[in-house]
Design a protein around this ligand. Structure first.
Ligand code: AMP
Ligand code: ZN
Length: 458
């Protein structure tokens, strides 16, 4: 069997494709102007679940996830780049902001056991790629230079525009809020900027054949995915809000550039709510992984919560649900210890079928509950099937409270903390201590440096 996923474009569940046995995947990455919240992480975990489900049966995956560090405009302030707004707030250079939040993004992924992508290209370092793609689109008649010296994509030149989202060009009324309000130089209301003239902007601008400026957000993903995945993407992942206009525009650009359908499957994860509401600064309910850790909860409890819900359904996370998942995880790990200490893994076909059927993780977890309670499996067999399942679930089910060895992620956090202490970055060292404690370690700072032992919890 192979993994099948729901494709937003064809509105059907389709088997994934690959090239020479490798599924090439692109996931729209974080905009690094702030810490990723748990909602963003739910979407990033979706590509991890796809990867692990493919790999458990011996398949190969190559994942590219871009880092958006320029060109993503704020929804609240007209024509304001998210990076530049945040740089102003924090009184820092926008590139400093970008690197800082990029680093936190990697730490958050590690805390959720999300495997590292093959490459994380940065938009700001891919400007040449974008310029040459825009040039080609102009030459091929898909883009034009507007009277305001911005370059626009001609939406009407791309026949199947709107197929992902169901938005038809003739139904998109002028006045619909597009990304920039100052696009006076375009020919048609639904055209969008590939390259923006710098105007008065002085930071994060680059020279181009059309003068100083900066790229539009959508062209970033086209340029990076076309370059690093060689003009063909098997699986493209992002949150549901990206369906329109981001993915619609990305598809038009990439297909026009390559002259073919460039993406086999468009996969979208539904949104996460927190305590019943959309996460937003104004509602005060933006939850980060560091908030979970500060409450003494295991970040993998959040991973378990995500798995308990189908990725195509909106889900509501609450503190109560994280706390009960934290408890369930501890119980499961204790059960695993009771069942023995073998590291043998036993394939469970029902579990695999659930995951391969459009990632039905709730059904896969139900299967594990059946195994756990059943008298038909020996303890050793139960343990072996759980070890197998954990290759996909990645809940560290085999984590032992009194083990003598620590995981690579824990070692990474210990190393980072040692460096932070040497450089007297105390608040970072405290954050890392909290993260280590959440993974079950107790840290003491002695005269010879930090020492760790296993924390006895629950
Ligand atoms: P951003 O950092 O804003 O570029 O977003 C990164 C990813 O998170 C994108 O794929 C978004 O679609 C996704 N995303 C944003 N908000 C949520 C949410 N509440 N739940 C799930 N995914 C989200
Ligand atoms: Zn994208």
């Amino acid at each position: 069997m192979t993994l099948s996923l729901y494709d937003t474009l064809s509105r059907s569940v389709k088997p994934i494709t690959s090239l020479n046995g490798c599924t090439r995947m692109y996931c729209c990455g974080p905009t690094v102007y702030r810490d990723a919240h748990v909602g963003n992480l739910r979407t990033f975990m979706l590509s991890d679940l796809i990867r692990r489900t493919i790999e458990i049966s011996g398949g190969k995956v190559e994942l590219i996830q871009n880092i958006t560090d320029v060109g993503h405009m704020s929804e609240d302030v007209a024509d304001q780049d998210k990076m530049l707004s945040q740089a102003k707030v924090e009184k820092k250079d926008p590139f400093e902001i970008a690197r800082m939040y990029e680093e936190s993004f990697h730490k958050d992924l590690a805390l959720l056991n999300i495997k590292i992508a093959e490459l994380y290209p940065r938009a700001s370092e891919s400007i040449d790629l974008m310029i040459s793609m825009i040039n080609e689109l102009i030459v091929e008649g898909f883009a034009y230079i507007g009277s305001d010296r911005c370059v626009y994509f001609d939406a009407q030149s791309f026949e199947s525009y709107g197929q992902i989202s169901g938005n038809r060009l003739d139904a998109l009324k002028p006045g619909h809020r597009f990304e920039y309000s100052d696009e006076d130089g375009k020919h048609f209301h639904a055209d969008w900027a590939l390259w923006k003239n710098a105007g008065k902007r002085t930071q994060m601008v680059w020279d181009s054949p059309w003068g100083m400026g900066f790229p539009g957000w959508h062209i970033e993903c086209s340029a990076m995915s076309m370059k690093f995945l060689n003009r063909h993407i098997n699986v493209h992942v992002g949150g549901i809000d990206l369906r329109f206009p981001h993915h619609e525009n990305e598809r038009a650009q990439s297909n026009a550039f390559a002259g073919s359908e460039t993406v086999d499957l468009w996969v979208h994860g539904e949104h996460l709510l927190f305590e019943g509401r959309k996460m937003s600064k104004s509602a005060g309910n933006v939850i980060l992984i560091s908030d979970v850790i500060s409450r003494g909860l295991d970040p993998l409890a959040v991973r378990l919560n995500f798995l308990e819900n189908r990725y195509r359904s909106q889900m509501d996370l609450t503190w109560a649900s994280i706390e009960s998942a934290d408890l369930r995880l501890s119980k499961l790990r204790k059960k695993m210890q009771l069942w023995g200490d073998s590291l043998e893994s036993q394939i469970d076909e029902e579990f695999l079928a659930a995951m391969e059927g459009d990632l039905d993780a709730p059904r896969a977890l139900q299967r594990l509950r059946t195994i756990e309670k059943s008298a038909d499996f020996s303890d050793a067999d139960k343990r072996a099937r759980f070890i197998y399942a954990d290759k996909v679930l990645a809940l560290d089910l085999n984590r032992t409270i009194d083990a003598k060895t620590i995981s690579p992620i824990q070692q990474e956090l210990l190393d980072a903390r040692e460096i932070a202490r040497k450089q007297k970055r105390w608040s970072e060292s405290d954050t890392l201590r909290a993260q280590l404690e959440a993974t079950g370690l107790e840290i003491k700072d002695g005269p010879t440096g930090q020492e760790w032992s296993w924390l006895s919890r629950k």
